[in-house]
Design a protein around this ligand. Structure first.
Ligand code: ADP
Ligand code: MG
Length: 398
């Protein structure tokens, strides 16, 4: 197990992938890359029409592509060392990694875009299933590749929507649009404030001397999927009750904290707490964006701490391991620290002074291992660029 991972050199990866492609398919590919992501603040707000603030990370998936001429799509994952042959007209879910690509090919075909007459080879360094959205990075890189192989272009927001549809309707995973959106729209050195209702967004600079340190708790509780659906249902119940006195609201995004307090008596206590989390989290995301723009890092850190506390106490999606990581991170001097992703395991995101990151990481890892017997995986990154074609020029800049 790696104790601390930094992304592999990008130029070497693209070159290795190119060679592998040429050996297998005897043709020259074009190469595309899309990053994974981490959400800095705004958890469980996407399905409440609210705001989120993710950043693309320096870990991603590369997709090498070249056209075929027999109407089939050959997909290889070097991570899985497997090849699948898909015919998108009749593509069916297989229940494995290739669904993420087949799904994108099917959605492209429905939209009259791209080609599925192609060879596609994938390699990625986003840890799989850790909550850093390796899935969206596969979808977006494959989507870009298949559109380009068809000799077309597609607006990034449309690409994100189409890949989300692939994950929702083909793979069968309920997710909002955040992951695909940040993987396609990210910008180096910036977080992205996204309005999940309108899809309007703003890139917000992050200070250059701040590192993003992601700590993987290495636990994944089985409850996650069931509890996710339960939280969504509880939010919907809250909206239905609040609509009786606030007929103008469509989602918790439309409710202020003051309105929520006014109508607290109408809500069962648990539903009230769920709503309090979502309504306060939406306010925190906007305040976090303001604080970053004003250079108020300490305030931004407080908001991350408040976010975690409310996820733990009001929304009840944290767990012992995530709480331990957050408390050790704060003792070790993080500017801000909170669980990130759906919860019940997965990762904690920390903002840490770049100059102090090494010491921070070893202290965090040591304390966590002492308390739980598990070594956390740590991924250090800056905010990275969104999806792009990998050319000799982009490799030089990487
Ligand atoms: P996360 O998106 O948090 O990493 P998911 O369960 O949503 O977790 O997606 C992980 C899945 O995405 C993997 O199990 C695999 O099916 C697919 N995947 C991710 N990266 C690759 C890759 N490089 N090659 C093939 N499939 C991949
Ligand atoms: Mg995913």
């Amino acid at each position: 197990m790696v104790e601390s991972a930094t992304p592999a050199p990008k130029a070497a990866i693209a070159e290795g992938l190119r060679r592998e492609f040429e050996v297998r398919f005897k043709s020259q590919p074009r190469i595309f890359r899309a990053p994974g992501r981490v959400n800095l603040i705004g958890e469980h707000t996407d399905y409440n029409d609210g705001w989120v603030m993710p950043a693309a990370i320096e870990f991603g998936t590369w997709a090498a592509v070249a056209p075929r001429s027999d109407g089939t799509l050959h997909i290889v994952s070097l991570n899985f060392n497997e090849e699948r042959v898909v015919s998108p007209e009749g593509a069916e879910r297989r229940g494995d990694w290739s669904d993420y690509v087949s799904g994108v090919a099917v959605m492209l075909r429905r939209a009259g875009l791209g080609t599925a007459d192609a060879n596609l080879v994938l390699w990625g360094d986003v840890p799989l299933g850790a909550g850093l959205s390796s899935s969206a990075s596969v979808e977006i890189s494959a989507g870009l590749a298949l559109v380009a192989a068809g000799g077309q272009q597609l607006a990034r927001t449309e690409l994100a929507r189409l890949c989300q549809r692939a994950e929702n309707d083909f793979v069968g995973a309920r997710c909002g649009i955040m992951d695909q959106f940040i993987s396609s729209h990210g910008r180096a050195g910036h977080a992205l404030l996204l309005d999940c209702r309108s899809l309007e967004y703003e890139l917000i600079p992050l200070p250059a001397d701040v590192a993003i340190v992601i700590a993987n708790s290495m636990v994944k509780h089985e409850l996650a999927a069931g509890e996710y659906n339960a939280r969504r249902a509880e939010c919907e119940e809250g909206v239905l009750i609040l609509q009786r006195s606030l007929p103008g609201i469509r989602a918790l995004r439309d409710v202020s904290l003051q309105q929520l307090e006014q109508h607290r008596g109408d809500l069962p206590p648990k539903i009230y707490r769920r709503c309090r989390y979502v309504v306060s989290e939406n306010a925190r995301v906007l305040e976090f964006a303001r604080a970053l723009k004003a250079g108020e890092l300490r305030r931004a850190g407080e908001l991350m701490a408040e976010s975690h506390a409310s996820l733990r106490d009001d929304y009840e999606v944290s767990c012992r391991e995530l709480d331990l990581l957050v408390s050790f991170a704060s003792e070790a001097g993080a500017i801000g620290s909170r669980m990130t992703g759906g919860g019940f395991g997965g990762c904690v995101v920390n903002l840490v002074a770049q100059a102090d990151a090494e010491r921070f990481q070893s202290e965090l890892a040591r304390n966590y291992e002492q308390a739980t017997g598990m070594k956390p995986e740590l991924y250090r990154t800056r905010a990275a660029d969104g999806a792009h074609e990998v050319t000799a020029r982009s490799e030089k800049n990487a």
